[in-house]
Design a protein. Structure first.
Length: 231
């Protein structure tokens, strides 16, 4: 039995507490993400706002709070943080895993675009001023995007759902589907690719039990897409 699961029936009080905790934390992450996705779908994206300093800084600050809340909830629960992948970075293990994860995600993206018969990178005009400063801010932004999503979908949700259901597979499947649902505004094909990535990330999380390679690979993948779109 996986150590994320429970070997004995949980006391009713703890199950109730965990259920309420998962519902509360999930609403903090999933509902705003779905609202943002819906807004993006209805309004559309504007490349000029993507590189606006104020927008980037606002988005960075917006995403700092969510990991802080999740970390507080986990600390207050009394559970060991290592169960959720919050462990010390180990260069010998984590750097190769980061590179491997990033590479597989990029390869699946190219395969997806090839199967669909689309150009991998749509044509955009790069912003003209303060380009590298903007990219530096975007790199910070994507780090917090990766931290927010990996901490919740992999680090938090998989262990919690595994404990509640007694099956790690339930945590993997539910977290992957929610992750794909968050990206449904990009089209069902892109959402399906996101689900594939989520399963990959979940498997690596369960193998390594650290969120840090996933955070960095996730951030690097998002940054890579943005960089290639403007070059």
């Amino acid at each position: 039995m996986d150590d994320l699961e429970v070997s004995e029936a949980q006391p009713v009080s703890r199950r109730r507490i965990l259920t309420l905790e998962v519902a509360a934390v999930s609403s903090l992450i999933v509902l705003p993400a779905l609202a943002s996705a819906t807004l993006h779908y209805n309004v559309g994206s504007n490349s000029s706002t993507k590189f606006d300093f104020g927008t980037i800084v606002y988005d960075i600050l917006l995403r700092v709070g969510v990991p802080a809340v999740i970390l507080f909830v986990l600390w207050a629960s009394g559970d060991a943080l290592k169960r959720f992948g919050i462990v010390k970075w180990e260069w010998a293990k984590d750097l190769p895993l980061t590179i491997f994860t990033f590479g597989v995600m990029v390869l699946t993206l190219y395969a997806y675009r090839f199967i669909r018969g689309r150009d991998v990178w749509p044509s955009h005009s790069p912003p003209s001023e303060s380009l590298w400063l903007r990219y530096a801010l975007i790199a910070v932004y994507y780090f917090f995007v990766g931290l927010r999503e990996e901490l919740f979908y992999r680090g938090y949700l998989i262990p919690r759902l595994a404990e509640l259901s007694g099956k790690t597979a339930v945590g993997v499947i539910v977290s992957a589907l929610l992750f794909g649902l968050q990206h449904l505004y990009q089209g069902w094909q892109s959402a399906l690719l996101t689900v594939v990535h989520a399963v990959l990330l979940a498997g690596l999380f369960l193998a390594r039990r650290s969120i840090w390679p996933l955070v960095l690979a996730h951030a690097a993948y998002d940054f890579y897409i943005t960089f290639m779109n403007y070059h």
